[in-house]
Design a protein around this ligand. Structure first.
Ligand SMILES: *[C@@H]1O[C@H](CO)[C@@H](O)[C@H](O)[C@H]1NC(C)=O
Ligand SMILES: *[C@@H]1O[C@H](CO)[C@@H](O)[C@H](O)[C@H]1NC(C)=O
Length: 302
């Protein structure tokens, strides 16, 4: 009986998510990324690979091939919406200006793949990088993510040993999936609120009955010991996820003082969630420029 109800619930979630994916396709232009090439990395799930867009740094002609530092990037999906490629600008910029090879990961989505599959994908990519030391400098791996990708980047940093990542960059991450999304408030009112209904549906699709206070789901509940020595957390003042993200970043900074952790928290004015993907107006354009430059700066030190 319980199993039957759970299955019906799954069908309900799947139908709603399918509908929202369809609407998105209809109403927005899907990303058209231009990576240098595409990799299919084996997943621990049998019969599944994880697609990765690879952005290579510029190498002088005739230069000796050598291993490069790596940035693993995780796009924003609400953990359910296929928007892989939306960070094309960011990935290209980082590859072109910091010497990192950027691996933009198409991690799997809920409800078809609930927690912890997406997080497993991140670990499987890391394993792949570590297994290719001639290509990648395995002592210089960093991780970045946008929105739910930032959530995954933070979650991965809590479960992997300290030193795994040199730097962590999170743009407007959700950090507390336990709190009802309807209760969140942006630091400054006046932005376009995201619908709590859809956020609830996406979250339930991912969490599927697990305790959302698990720090691998909600990094707000994490012990920050394992976080990298360098962090950049970017939030928008019109975004309801800003307050919780800043609270976690401040905790990481306070608890990391003893080890000299450097945490940059940048809240941009006049910007909401995913501001860098909606280039409407001068404020947003210059916020994108400034915060991407902060990411470049931190990766140049990594
Ligand atoms: C694995 O994938 C192949 C090819 O798509 C398919 O024919 C096969 O049934 C799959 N096996 C399993 C166990 O899913
Ligand atoms: C930001 O603007 C400055 C000045 O125009 C420019 O030099 C820099 O490359 C820009 N950065 C990004 C990330 O676009």
């Amino acid at each position: 009986m319980a199993e039957c109800l759970a299955f019906l619930r799954y069908l309900y979630l799947k139908a709603l998510v399918a509908f929202s994916r369809f609407l998105l396709k209809l109403l927005t232009t899907t990303p058209s990324p231009k990576p240098d090439y595409v990799l299919q990395v084996p997943s621990r799930d049998k019969n599944r690979t994880v697609k990765v867009h690879v952005y290579k740094p510029h190498i002088e002609e005739n230069a000796q091939p050598k291993s490069t530092p790596v940035l693993i990037n995780l796009y924003g999906s609400g953990l359910a919406i296929p928007l892989h490629g939306a960070d094309d600008d960011f990935c290209r910029l980082i590859a072109a200006t910091t010497g990192h090879t950027v691996l933009d990961v198409n991690y799997c989505l809920a409800p078809e793949y609930p927690f912890p599959h997406a997080l497993n994908d991140v670990e499987d990519i890391l394993k792949y990088v570590n297994n290719h030391p001639t290509e990648y400098d395995t002592s210089r791996i960093s991780i970045s993510g946008f929105s739910s990708g930032g959530t995954l980047a933070l979650a991965a940093s809590t479960i992997l040993p300290p030193g795994t990542f040199q730097s962590l960059i999170a743009f407007y991450p959700a950090t507390n999936l336990f709190q009802d999304p309807g209760l969140r408030k942006a630091p400054v009112v006046g932005g376009k609120d995201r619908s709590p209904f859809w956020t609830r549906i996406f979250r339930e699709s991912y969490i599927r009955g697990m305790d959302a206070r698990d720090p691998r789901i909600s990094p707000a509940f994490a012990d920050t010991t394992n976080f990298p020595d360098r962090m950049l957390v970017v939030t928008g003042e019109l975004d309801e996820s800003a307050v919780e993200a800043e609270a976690l970043a401040e905790k990481a900074r306070d608890e990391g003082r003893a080890v000299g952790r450097d945490v940059v928290i940048r809240r941009v004015k006049g910007c909401g969630h995913a501001f860098d993907k909606k280039l409407t107006g001068e404020i947003v354009v210059s916020a994108k420029n400034e915060t991407y430059d902060l990411a470049v700066e931190i990766l140049r030190k990594s």
